[in-house]
Design a protein around this ligand. Structure first.
Ligand code: SAH
Ligand code: SF4
Length: 352
């Protein structure tokens, strides 16, 4: 069986032509899957029954199944998808009052970066997702939408380090942004990275126009090395240089994410260091109060500490937001649902 979502539309067309079928039929199948939200060939009613049967025998549309589906009162829905090899990844649908429907997707099973506070990193990286699996996350979530809703944003902020799997991510995003695909504007796609200078450089030179978010969490190398061990290989200065290049080549402002950990990186001196580091850059800062992870020693700061941290940045003239949180009680920070934790903790920090 050929996994259908691993094919590009051009490859699908080639398959049709090679089998003596009209190429435009491939476009019809594509449209049914991506735009008309079909779940099976049977639903593709403008295809001859014989062709539907042939496709059913040759192609597999879904390689994942929904192992768990949680819904929160605020419209957030979270899926735990089981992959063909029994591994599991999480993805989330977030709705807001501006009619935005955002999907938060994973790129790897686990993560090798080992950030000290993150549930996904605890057991390392099992494997990369293939592009069809990444696309399937979006389609599984799209199927949860009502008839009047459409996917408007994608945030690559689920499990894994996206810049270590760009060869699978970029083709999946090309379908997400394609006119024949999900037709989501490139400017509404955010890739969040732990900050790998080589990967940021590749995205900058591709000039793909995606919104880049760099997870900084500390301005000084000593503290960042502790929280984000991957930092030891290159340091904050190299990340900032890559982020500057990204802005220069794409014209897109970079967002810096800063997860606030009580007593660790949330003190006024940390805010001042961050303000000093980013001063003069056309950057946005998203401050994210930590979602506690069972078994890890970190805590969420009190609201007053968060407010003080943000205030210092704002007074230094920086553009700063507190990332608003959704979907309480349907699974904790990304990576926890897969580990069977966090039933009553707040949701994945993804926002839009
Ligand atoms: N690997 C990428 C993308 C996935 S993590 C990255 O690190 O950017 C997405 C964001 O969630 C990152 O900013 C990460 O630091 C943050 N995060 C991870 N665990 C968290 C938690 N328990 N609470 C709040 N944010 C968390
Ligand atoms: Fe990986 Fe991102 Fe978690 Fe760090 S925060 S371990 S890079 S998923």
């Amino acid at each position: 069986m050929i996994p259908l979502l691993e094919q590009t539309l051009a490859e699908l067309r080639d398959w049709f032509v090679a089998h003596g079928l009209p190429g435009y039929r491939a476009g019809q199948v594509w449209k049914w899957l991506l735009q008309k939200r079909a779940a099976s060939f049977d639903e593709m009613t403008d295809l001859p029954a014989e062709l539907r049967q042939q496709l059913h025998e040759q192609f597999q549309i879904w390689t994942t199944h929904v192992a768990e589906h949680r819904t929160a009162g605020d419209g957030t829905e979270k899926l735990l998808l089981e992959l063909h090899d029994g591994e599991r990844v999480e993805c989330v649908l977030l709705r807001d009052d501006k009619q935005h429907c955002t999907v938060c997707i994973s790129t790897q099973v686990g993560c090798a970066m080992g950030c000290a506070f993150c549930a996904t990193g605890i057991e390392g990286c099992v494997r990369n997702l293939v592009s069809g699996e990444i696309l399937e996350e979006m389609l599984q979530l799209q199927r949860l939408l009502g008839a009047n809703e459409r996917l408007s944003h994608v945030v690559v902020m689920g499990m894994g380090e996206p810049l270590l799997n760009l060869d699978a991510l970029l083709p999946a995003l090309a379908v997400a942004t394609g006119r024949d695909g999900l037709n989501i504007s490139v400017r509404r796609i955010t890739i969040s990275t732990v900050g790998l200078p080589a990967g940021i450089g590749r995205l900058a030179r591709d000039n793909c126009q995606y919104h880049l978010a760099v997870s900084l969490h500390a301005a000084a190398d000593a503290l960042r090395n502790e929280l984000v061990p991957a930092n030891r290989g290159f340091g904050v200065a190299a990340i900032l240089a890559a982020a500057d290049e990204y802005f220069e080549l794409t014209g897109r402002r970079v967002t810096f994410e800063y997860v606030l950990l009580a007593g660790v990186n949330d003190q006024p001196e940390h805010a001042r260091q961050l303000a000093h580091l980013l001063r003069g850059r056309p950057a946005l800062i998203n401050v994210i109060p930590y979602n506690p992870v069972p078994g890890l020693p970190y805590r969420r700061p009190l609201p007053a500490a968060t407010a003080q941290f943000v205030d210092i940045l704002a007074r230094a003239g920086l553009n700063v937001n507190i990332r608003h949180r959704k979907g309480d009680r349907i699974g904790a920070a990304c990576g926890q649902l897969r580990r069977g934790e966090g039933r009553d903790a707040p949701d994945c920090n993804s926002g839009n």
